[in-house]
Ligand binder design. Structure first.
Ligand code: GLA
Length: 519
């Protein structure tokens, strides 16, 4: 901190020199933004011109100190870009110009137009706004916590409720999990995603916001019903929706959560991407949380969410992760879901007991897809050994959606203890065939139709590397089929699926599947 202070004073002395410099256009010098600026809550900006070389740093409550890139002067305007570690964000120029004695900054971040006003500031005022940095641990493996031997199952608030989630709704969802039989089918985690966080108290202890009056009581309520509580945080100063993150408070936050009885943490990079934008730093910051969770002595399942960056599947387990997001956010439509499900989930060999590729939470029942499309969604997730985190409003779940979510045969495929992630083995036009080997020697086979028209599919078992078998079950229809036939023929609805379980195989006759990577 001290070094920082002196550096700032130095910049001030070299760059500004005299009050006359303040009058120069364009706006060089040190500036403090008006408080309560909206996202990204810029606090200060310091620009120096040393021998004709312009440099600058702009500081934000979300992203800390950001170098002002491609900084240039155009008449009375200062133009620059910022890089918060996210290529989608760094698209637009920022423009700073003087208006009266004030500095007016305009620009665009994500989908937000930024408009912020700043005033000239003396070194002490700038120094008071120094943004702290914290050390990261050296690389070392975090021991396996023994959880998630099969992919986690439960419910999460985000896909349906986003920030409009509260204690009462979570309790009602918990009751619905019990009443619908979904808990008994395996959906036990009740995860409150972004939007539960309140302010920190004088000691830095994070409080829930007013919508969650007593987190410990909520955990007790869930535990009494055989359910588990999940929470959400970020390694950055802000969560994706702008609530406080765990930056600088990792150990403290973990103690708080363990005290409440939390059983699951989703740790979402969000504003942390400005601080941790190399493979090493991202791994280190996730390891830091992995170690802190482990130090509580409480079994807390650890979900990494950094959108698949830096080949997370290859190191997620090492930092203590039980699942790691492999993709950007899912949305409730066939195009988005099928892109993730068919084309962009993580490398299959990374997933297995204790650590799973996470293609994101389910959208089943949220209304943006047909029943057949939701069936495809469930089938793909089951074949991929993906976590099954329900994302709909279970208080009013229609019978057809409920039966889709509760199908025991489909859940059994997802939860198969072998933990081998399924793969596409044939792609021909709009027809895609996936297989997943199961612990008892059976093989789950998904016949998918990616077109918007119904299609007839004909499969020869031998072409899939499957030998003679004694059992053949249509999993969604819940019927046993003729296992003696050399193949299968059926009509698949538009964007639909037929999911089969081929069992009682004569092992010796199984040829290795002709596996092709799915990303
Ligand atoms: C990110 C995550 C989502 C959700 C939101 C919450 O976008 O990827 O899954 O957690 O943040 O703000």
């Amino acid at each position: 901190m001290k070094t920082c202070l002196w550096a700032l004073v130095g910049i001030w002395l070299i760059g500004l020199g005299s009050p006359q410099a303040w009058a120069q256009t364009p706006p060089l010098g040190g500036w403090v933004f008006e408080p309560s600026q909206a996202f990204p809550e810029f606090t200060k900006m310091v620009v120096t011109n040393r021998d004709g070389r312009l440099t600058g740093v702009i500081t934000s409550q979300w992203y800390g100190d950001l170098p002002m890139l491609n900084l240039r002067i155009d008449q009375d305007r200062l133009i620059f870009m910022i890089d918060n570690g996210n290529p989608r964000l760094t698209k637009h120029d920022f423009v700073a110009r003087l208006e009266g004695g004030d500095l007016v900054l305009t620009g665009r971040l994500w989908d937000d137009d930024i408009h912020a006003t700043a005033h000239r500031a003396a070194p002490a005022a700038l120094a008071a706004l120094s943004f702290p940095t914290y050390p990261l641990p050296p690389p070392r493996p975090v021991a396996d916590n023994g959880l998630a031997r099969t992919p986690p199952m439960g419910w999460s608030s985000w896909n349906k409720f986003a920030e409009a989630i509260d204690d009462k709704t979570v309790r009602q969802i918990a009751d619905a999990l019990v009443a619908t039989g979904l808990r008994d089918a395996g959906y036990v985690y009740v995860n409150i995603d972004d939007g539960w966080q309140g302010a920190r108290d004088a000691n830095g202890v994070l409080q829930p916001n007013a919508k969650f009056p007593d987190m410990k009581a909520l955990a007790d309520y869930l535990h009494a019903r055989g359910l588990k509580l999940g929470l959400y945080s970020s390694p950055g100063p802000k969560s994706c929706a702008g609530y406080p993150g765990s930056y600088g408070h990792v150990e403290q936050d973990v103690k708080t959560w363990a005290g409440w009885g939390v059983d699951y943490l989703k740790y979402d990079l969000c504003s942390g991407e400005a601080f941790y934008h190399t493979a090493d730093t991202v791994q280190a910051v996730y390891q830091q949380m992995g170690e802190a969770l482990q130090a509580t002595g409480r079994p807390i399942l650890y979900s990494l969410c950094e959108y698949g960056r830096f080949d997370v599947g290859s190191w997620g387990r090492r930092v203590g992760g039980n699942l790691w997001r492999t993709t950007r956010d899912i949305t409730d439509n066939y195009a988005a879901m099928s892109k993730i499900g068919f084309d962009t989930n993580g490398a299959p060999h990374n997933g297995g007991p204790g650590g799973w590729n996470d293609p994101d939470m389910l959208e089943v029942g949220n209304g943006g897809m047909t029943l057949e499309e939701y069936r495809t969604h469930m089938s793909l997730w089951a074949l991929m050994a993906a976590p099954l985190l329900l994302g709909d409003d279970l208080r009013q779940v229609p019978p057809d959606i409920l039966s889709l979510l509760s199908n025991r045969d489909v859940i059994a495929i997802d939860q198969d203890r072998l933990g081998r992630q399924g793969l596409p083995v044939q792609r021909s036009g709009d027809i895609e065939i996936w297989t997943r080997p199961l612990a008892d020697g059976a093989v789950a086979v998904g016949l998918f139709n990616r077109s918007a028209q119904p299609k007839t599919v004909t499969v020869n078992w031998r072409d899939l590397g499957l030998g003679p078998h004694a059992e053949l079950r249509d999993v969604w229809r819940g019927v046993d089929l003729d296992a003696a036939s050399p193949g299968f023929k059926g009509e698949i609805p538009a964007h639909g699926v037929i999911l089969l379980r081929v069992g009682g195989l004569t092992q010796a006759l199984i040829r290795p599947l002709s596996i092709r990577a799915n990303s």
